[in-house]
Design a protein. Structure first.
Length: 216
């Protein structure tokens, strides 16, 4: 005799769920925060949009907040340091959001349409804000690498053409005092009694004239 087993004798397996998206009600979601920053000299403003986010609403918020931060986040002393960390945080959340499956409506129909994700961050007008930190880094790097030529004026040197120039105290034996810095010997002032050419090696082996020290 066959014993009948009731249909509900075994419980249904649990279905993993996530809270609905705070902006459209769809799922799946992750619970995270997208951040922004504004800086004006000494005044700072920290912005945030909290989840849970579905994939599309999260990416749309990431792109909008990051784009605005790229424009508004560099104009304060501390903000110039803070903004890169804000953008890095958002980028990490963007990777997490990208791993979500496409948003699905709530089973009870209590959900709306996800946000339009819009254009990528680097294709928006805000991307031009990246020029600001790159320009500042370029200026600082150039100053550290080459230094202002006028710094040598008034110093005494030891060295002949083709030799490495050394700066020494003018109380010690020297080959002359720098009265001007030029890019060519012919540009030295009339009162100069000599000059020393300084060369710099770039790109590993290429040697170029860096500056001419006009001596007296």
């Amino acid at each position: 005799m066959t014993e009948l087993i009731p249909q509900n004798a075994y419980p249904a397996p649990a279905v993993a769920t996530t809270p609905p998206c705070a902006y459209c009600g769809c799922a799946p979601t992750i619970n995270t925060t997208i951040r922004g920053h504004r800086g004006i000299i000494i005044v700072m403003q920290f912005l945030s949009q909290k989840g849970p986010f579905c994939r599309d609403c999260g990416i749309a918020t990431f792109r909008a907040m990051s784009s605005k931060t790229m424009i508004q986040g560099w104009w304060g002393y501390a903000s110039f340091i803070i903004t890169p960390f804000i953008l890095l945080w958002n980028l990490i959340q963007r990777v997490r959001l990208g791993k979500l499956s496409p948003p699905a409506p709530a089973p009870d129909g209590n959900s709306g349409t996800p946000m339009a994700i819009g254009r990528p961050v680097l294709l928006r007008a805000g991307a031009i804000g990246l020029v600001v930190p790159l320009a500042v880094i370029g200026v600082i790097g150039s100053a550290l690498l080459f230094g202002p030529p006028a710094d040598h004026i008034g110093q005494c040197v030891v060295g002949k053409e083709g030799q490495e120039v050394k700066y020494v105290s003018c109380d010690k034996p020297n080959d002359g005092k720098v009265i001007s810095v030029a890019t060519d010997p012919d540009l030295c002032p009339a009162e100069a009694t000599g000059y020393v050419e300084q060369f710099v090696t770039r790109r590993g082996s290429e040697t170029k004239l860096d500056e001419v020290l006009c001596l007296k």
